[in-house]
Write a protein that binds this ligand. Structure first.
Ligand SMILES: [Mn+2]
Length: 373
């Protein structure tokens, strides 16, 4: 076999049914199966698989595509964002049971994440081949050794494939640590042929290191590289910054990002909203990718994450910001990252906040774009 017959067939290898991106052997297996039965209204693995393939077959007519990337190779201190997509799907489905039966929204499932891997360019050829053999046992050589194996590289390929058959579709990504925003950024950049889009990033942290421990792309560096890719000029806009070693002037001067710190938003929310919208509408007329790190939100509403921070931005502010950005300049993609349900004694509070964000983001992604002058 030299190539796949259809894009859907390749996606069927690269992805797993929603909830299936985590590798579980015994612990967590029953929970994963229950989630998949609920998501797909299916009684057994065969029905789950059939429902998921049915979703892939509807991709070409979708307006919004949901993709889970349960990859967590990030922070040193407390992890758990690999539990994000499952918990987000469960909470969201409970409040929006029609989610997966709507024709215009297609959940393509999860990137299957080998938890020790991040990107293919970090791997030796022999490791790559060994993992490819484990992930794609039914794909023959030489095709198999060309398939990506690490989460971010699989996500890039998946998004390229999706855009190739559904050019106007808008992705909604469920993370995962914040590194999952990188493949979304690069896929948008390739796909939009220079149409100037922006990124708006609610976050307590800047994620603006050029490298961390010699690693170019990870949760702490992706914003730096995204800003470079977008050409600087404030096209990457960060909102809610408060846990950083350097002042705003340092970051804006050295990296070309635009920042709105949490304290300024708290002191004067009306003025901050006005300035954020004015700025983004000026620099990103082609639309916005909302990359929403849950820790941008005040820890009182979102403590189920690796690095909860107080003195943050309220969910009301971010929901309004998402709604306003959706009206103008429009959302071309969205995500919600770093939700780590296992890290809080009361994750339901964070998940309720998360569901508000997912609802607002999905509504925004489904909106028609305003007419461009
Ligand atoms: Mn982040």
């Amino acid at each position: 076999m030299e190539r796949f017959a259809t894009v859907e067939e390749e996606l069927g290898q690269l992805l797993r049914p929603a909830g299936g991106g985590l590798y579980v052997v015994s612990t967590g297996l029953a929970e994963q199966q229950l989630l998949q039965q609920q998501l797909y209204g299916a009684a057994n693995p065969g029905e789950i698989d059939a429902a998921w393939r049915g979703a892939l077959a509807r991709l070409r007519s979708a307006k919004v595509v949901i993709l889970g990337i349960p990859s967590d190779v990030g922070a040193g201190f407390r992890r758990g964002a690999n539990g994000g997509p499952g918990a987000l799907r469960r909470a969201w489905l409970a409040s929006r049971p029609d989610l997966l039966s709507r024709g215009d929204v297609v959940d393509v499932g999860d990137v299957f994440c080998v938890p020790q891997l991040l990107a293919d360019d970090m791997l030796s050829a022999s490791q790559r081949d060994a993992t490819a053999a484990a992930l794609y046992p039914t794909v023959a050589e030489p095709l198999r050794s060309r398939l990506p194996v690490a989460p971010l590289t699989i996500a890039e390929r998946v998004l390229d494939l999706i855009f190739s058959i559904a050019p106007d579709v808008r992705p909604l990504i469920l993370g995962g640590d914040h590194s999952v925003a990188w493949p979304v950024t690069t896929a948008l950049h390739r796909h939009r042929h220079g149409d100037p889009f922006g990124i708006v990033q609610p976050d307590a942290h800047t994620d603006l290191l050029a490298e961390r421990l010699g690693i170019k792309i990870c949760f702490a560096t992706w914003s730096f590289h995204a800003s470079v890719l977008l050409g600087g000029e404030g096209r990457l806009t960060q909102v809610g910054i408060r846990a950083t070693r350097f002042p705003k002037e340092h970051w804006e001067k050295t990296t070309g990002v635009k920042q709105f710190w949490a304290q300024d938003v708290r002191d004067n929310p009306e003025r901050s909203m006005r300035e954020i919208l004015e700025h983004v509408r000026k620099v990103a007329p082609g639309g916005v990718y909302l990359s929403n790190d849950i820790d941008g939100t005040d820890a009182a509403f979102a403590d189920a994450c690796g690095t909860p921070e107080g003195e943050g931005v309220s969910p009301d502010f971010f929901v309004e910001m998402i709604e306003e950005l959706s009206k103008n300049p429009g959302l071309i993609a969205g995500d919600l990252v770093e939700v780590a349900p296992a890290l809080s004694a009361h994750p339901e509070r964070t998940l309720a906040t998360a569901v508000r964000y997912l609802d607002a983001t999905l509504d925004g992604l489904l909106r028609e774009f305003p007419k461009r002058p």
